[in-house]
Structure formats: structure tokens, C-alpha cells
Design a protein around this ligand. Structure first.
Ligand SMILES: Nc1nc2c(ncn2[C@@H]2O[C@H](COP(=O)(O)OP(=O)(O)OP(=O)(O)O)[C@@H](O)[C@H]2O)c(=O)[nH]1
Ligand SMILES: [Mg+2]
Length: 371
């Protein structure tokens, strides 16, 4: 090999390693050359964990980082130089929590799931559609979930349910049913009821009694919530709701980043558990849609595909399970359409997976009512 050749630019490959494993880069140069390993532009030096092998005879460049942690993520580069010139190559390192996803989802099945949901009709003829009630803390993304589901089925951005940037007080003030239509304008056989958000103060936000009335089908569309007194009579109070007007599945929206900060004594958790007990006694299934997954985990923010290899997401889901009393298999992480201006099959995939499951749970409930 000619020692006076110009070095070839190193071709380093992006790598993903599991936390605790070793990160290894190797490049065999084509000529005698000096090399420097850098991370994010800063020169790396050998220490207890980082092993940079001195290239002898200036040809083989190795970098090994033992016991990888999140801090080791980033862009690594190898800069080579001799008197004929300077070249460099770089690659990205990702540090994953799990080697394989602990729950499987497949974007390739989006169309199949969408078709099945479009064709779905409730197995109990007493109800024309399955009704979901979405409740949860203010700003949890309740209205955004409805908008996201509309977006998935209509194939374009929908913002019917009023979703607003994070504020201290609830943005949804009126009880409203939202139908879901497909691209041809055909109604699907499930609807979502959007409700005012829960606040951590004793007096602010939606009242538990109103959530329970909504669950039982007593509240009529258009009711403007009164935070100081629960609805119990009048134009917006339906005394004798039909099965079609009652809720068939309670959906708790909970932000992944928020559940970690709320302990069991927090009044939002207490209020949500009171509602859960009522749903349980009525036999109504209860699920959690865990929102804001992008705010909870940088890995997931960058690539939604990593949702089930992220430990942060698993921990947030386990927190939802313990604090909200819902088994893990009834908790679905979702990312809402909130800043995107085009469709994304990975966002759709999580929403469709959640939807397929919650429609099944709700349908099982309405079937039981005729058995
Ligand atoms: N990063 C991120 N932001 C989200 C997500 N879902 C909703 N948001 C944002 O969070 C804010 C609140 O969302 P909403 O859908 O209005 O929440 P809500 O639960 O309906 O709130 P209230 O009606 O006020 O109780 C909005 O700025 C949304 O764009 C999500 O999954 N990720
Ligand atoms: Mg809302």
C-alpha cells in the first residue's frame, strides 16, 4: 500500500446498541495516515471506558466504548490526515433500552386495520354506534386525540375538536359528540365524546359528578360545563338515555410526561380513580391513551418506531397502570397530530392500534348486555 496516497474518507455505519453493550467503530485506512476520533466535534481520549487503539502501522483505526449509556448517543467522526490531504467520515449512535420491541406494531397493516374499522358495526343492534368518553387532565390531548383519529380516516389534517396550546385552564368547555367519517364522507360506527379537563384543584375543571353523568348518557350535546354545580336536570339532562346514548368505553387521556410527576395522593389521580370505580361497577371497560410520548422520550421524539424499545415509555406506562389502576394491556401510547402538516404512517399506526383495541373492548361490553 502506498503511504503517500490521499486517504479515503472513512465509511462509518450508524449503529444502535442496547444500553450496557459496547459501541465499536473500525476503519481500515488505505494508506499511512493520522487519525482522530471525535464525538459531536470534540476529540475523544482513551479512559476506563473509551478505548482508542493506536493504529499500527497507521492503518487500522478502532474506537470502542464499553458499557454504553444514553450520554453516548450522538454523532461520531473519524478525521484522517496525511500530507496529501484531510478527510473525515461520521456515523450516528443510538442507545436502546430493549433489543426487541416488547409490543409489536406494524405500519404495513395500517390500511387493513383502517378497512376493518370502517366496516365495523356494533354486535348489539340496540346501539347504532360505539360511544367513547375521553376524560383526563387539562391539556392531556383529549381534543387532539379526536382530531388525530379524524385525520387518520379522512387522510388530511382535521381540527374540529378545539385543541389549544398548553394553558392552566381547560379549553374544552362544552360537551360534544364527534363523529368520525372516512374520505368518502361515510360515517364510521363509533363516536367520541369530548369533555372539559380535570384540574388539580378541588374546585376547578370538570366535576366528577358530570363525568359520571356523561358516562351514563345523561348529558346532552351542547351542554356548557358549570364548574360550581353538576348537571342534574333541565334541557341538557337526559333522564332516560338509550344504550346508544350511553358510553361503552371510558378512555382516560394521560400525558406520559405528566403521569411521572403525579403521585397517588394528587387530586387528579384521585378524581380519575373515582370515575374508574364507577365505570368498573357499571361494567364499562376502561383504557388509557397515553399521549405526549414525544415529550417524554427523545428517542421516540426522533423516531416513533422506537416506542416499544424505550424504557422511558415503559416506565410511564407502568406509572399509568399503577396510578390509574389499568392493566398494561389496556394502555396505549399515542402521539397526536399537533404540529405536523402532513400525514405520518407511524402516528397513524399507534392511533389505529389503540383504536382497534378499544373498539374491541367496547364491542365486547355491548355484546355482554344481550347475553
Ligand atoms: N407534543 C405533543 N403535544 C400534544 C400532543 N397531544 C396534544 N398536544 C398539544 O397539547 C395541547 C393541549 O391539547 P388539547 O387536545 O387541547 O388537550 P385537551 O386535553 O383537550 O385540553 P382541555 O380541553 O383544555 O382540557 C395542544 O397544544 C396540543 O397541540 C402530543 O401527543 N404531543
Ligand atoms: Mg379539549
Amino acid at each position: 500500500m502506498d503511504s503517500i496516497m490521499k486517504p479515503l474518507a472513512p465509511q462509518l455505519r450508524d449503529i444502535s446498541v442496547i444500553r450496557g453493550q459496547a459501541i465499536t467503530f473500525r476503519w481500515d485506512a488505505n494508506c499511512k495516515v493520522d487519525g482522530t476520533w471525535k464525538k459531536e466535534g470534540l476529540m475523544l481520549h482513551s479512559d476506563d471506558r473509551i478505548i482508542i487503539t493506536e493504529p499500527k502501522p497507521y492503518l487500522c483505526f478502532n474506537l470502542t466504548i464499553h458499557n454504553a449509556t444514553e450520554e453516548d448517543e450522538g454523532e461520531y467522526s473519524l478525521e484522517l490526515s496525511n500530507w496529501r490531504g484531510q478527510v473525515s467520515g461520521s456515523a450516528k449512535v443510538k442507545v436502546l433500552d430493549y433489543a426487541v420491541a416488547w409490543r409489536k406494531i406494524d405500519c404495513g397493516e395500517n390500511d387493513l386495520v383502517k378497512t376493518a374499522l370502517r366496516k365495523f358495526t356494533p354486535s348489539n343492534t340496540e346501539t347504532q354506534c360505539i360511544r367513547f368518553l375521553i376524560h383526563g387532565p387539562i391539556g392531556a390531548g383529549k381534543s387532539s386525540i379526536i382530531n388525530s383519529i379524524k385525520t387518520v380516516f379522512q387522510g388530511r389534517m382535521k381540527v374540529n375538536a378545539y385543541a389549544a396550546p398548553g394553558t392552566e385552564t381547560t379549553q374544552t368547555k362544552t360537551y360534544q359528540t364527534y363523529e368520525i367519517k372516512d374520505q368518502q364522507g361515510e360515517k364510521l360506527s363509533f363516536v367520541f365524546n369530548d369533555i372539559m379537563g380535570l384540574e388539580s384543584t378541588e374546585t376547578g375543571g370538570v366535576l366528577i359528578a358530570d363525568i359520571i353523568s356523561a358516562l351514563k348518557g345523561h348529558i346532552v350535546d351542547g351542554y356548557v360545563f358549570n364548574q360550581s354545580s353538576a348537571l342534574s336536570e333541565g334541557f341538557y339532562y337526559n333522564n332516560n338515555p338509550t344504550l346508544n346514548e350511553k358510553v361503552h368505553c371510558l378512555v382516560s387521556a394521560m400525558p406520559a410526561n405528566k403521569i411521572l410527576l403525579l403521585d397517588e395522593s394528587n387530586s387528579i389521580i384521585k378524581k380519575m380513580n373515582e370515575v374508574r370505580e364507577v365505570a368498573k361497577n357499571l361494567g364499562i371497560p376502561h383504557v388509557v391513551l397515553m399521549t405526549h410520548v414525544d415529550s417524554c422520550c427523545p428517542l421516540v421524539k426522533e423516531d416513533l418506531d422506537k416506542i416499544y424499545v424505550s424504557k422511558k415509555i415503559k416506565i410511564a406506562m407502568e406509572n399509568c397502570s399503577i396510578k390509574l389502576g389499568v392493566p398494561m394491556n389496556r394502555i396505549f401510547p399515542v402521539k397526536n397530530y399537533h404540529e405536523e402538516n402532513s400525514l405520518d404512517k407511524k402516528i397513524d399506526c399507534l392511533i389505529l392500534d389503540a383504536l382497534q383495541n378499544i373498539v374491541d373492548f367496547a364491542n365486547e361490553y355491548v355484546i355482554k348486555l344481550i347475553e
